[in-house]
Design a protein around this ligand. Structure first.
Ligand SMILES: Nc1ncnc2c1ncn2[C@@H]1O[C@H](COP(=O)(O)OP(=O)(O)O)[C@@H](O)[C@H]1O
Ligand SMILES: Nc1ccn([C@@H]2O[C@H](COP(=O)(O)OP(=O)(O)O)[C@@H](O)[C@H]2O)c(=O)n1
Ligand SMILES: [Mg+2]
Length: 240
């Protein structure tokens, strides 16, 4: 079990501490908090021994439905900013073809356009994040419901630093999915309709939650892939 621990000031020489204090006065923000959360704070084990790994910068990637362009834009973010892309749909699809006891249940759930039980999904995500040595991670397609979100919180999953939300009109999403051509069992008009209604019922409260938390970045998901990526870039520019 990992948790955050060591304070920034204890890690810095006194001259650096003085500099940070001066910045705090000059900039009107708590420089220690900003830097310690995103850059410097290491993850520390329960026994107090510093782990090799810092808390990764985690971005959750959501959309207004299937075909909103999540996966496409994730590939670009990976190429520019060196993130690891964890597509939760891909993690679930891999489970279907492994020897997992949940394989047939996952297949049926995806075929119906419903949401796989959170305990299954959350375990896969947590394992994938822990296995990744990258400090920048995109979790694409999660949480799809409040139940997803709360289950992840309960197992101590690494919370997102920011959440992207690609907003696209229904007709455009349907057109894209039906042209996707990746042989997916859920890319047919009946499943897409079900997925859109699942989105409205279950996904919207999650969007609202992150919006109220002040970490949601809503992005216009219409236009060409290039045009959309131009809207994404400034969000990550500070990470370069
Ligand atoms: N801006 C865009 N304009 C037209 N087609 C797009 C655009 N972005 C993605 N696509 C295509 O639409 C389909 C769905 O995109 P994808 O990234 O898989 O969406 P999601 O992961 O949200 O379901 C893919 O075939 C992709 O190539
Ligand atoms: N958090 C998640 C993500 C995906 N899924 C399932 O996996 C399917 C495919 O998800 P995906 O993210 O690959 O789909 P797209 O939105 O990319 O088209 C969903 O329709 C759900 O059935 C889930 O149950 N829970
Ligand atoms: Mg996708």
């Amino acid at each position: 079990m990992w948790r955050r621990g060591v304070s920034l000031s204890s890690m810095l020489s006194s001259s650096k501490s003085r500099l940070l204090n001066q910045m705090q006065v000059a900039c009107g923000f708590n420089a220690c908090q900003v830097f310690s959360t995103h850059v410097l704070n290491p993850i520390v084990a329960e026994d107090g021994v510093s782990g090799a790994r810092r808390k990764p910068f985690v971005t959750f990637v959501l959309g207004s439905g299937p075909g909103s362009g999540k996966g496409t834009q994730c590939t670009r973010i990976v190429n520019t900013f060196g993130f690891t892309h964890l597509s939760v749909g891909d993690l679930l699809r891999k489970e279907i073809y492994s020897d997992s006891e949940n394989g047939s249940m996952i297949l049926d759930t995806i075929k119906e356009g419903k949401i796989v039980p959170s305990e299954v999904t959350v375990k896969l995500i947590k394992k994938a994040i822990e296995a990744s040595e990258n400090n920048r991670i995109l979790v694409d397609g999660f949480p799809r419901s409040e139940e997803n979100r709360i289950a992840y919180e309960r197992v101590g999953g690494v919370e997102p630093d920011i959440v992207l939300f690609f907003d696209c009109p229904k007709e455009e999403m349907v057109k894209r999915v039906l042209n996707r051509n990746q042989g997916r069992i859920d890319d047919n008009i009946d499943t897409v309709k079900e997925r859109l209604s699942v989105f409205e019922e279950l996904n919207l409260p999650v969007i609202k939650y992150y919006s109220e938390k002040g970490i949601l970045h809503k992005i216009d998901g219409t236009g060409t892939e290039d045009e959309i990526y131009e809207r994404v870039l400034p969000i990550f520019a500070a990470l370069r």
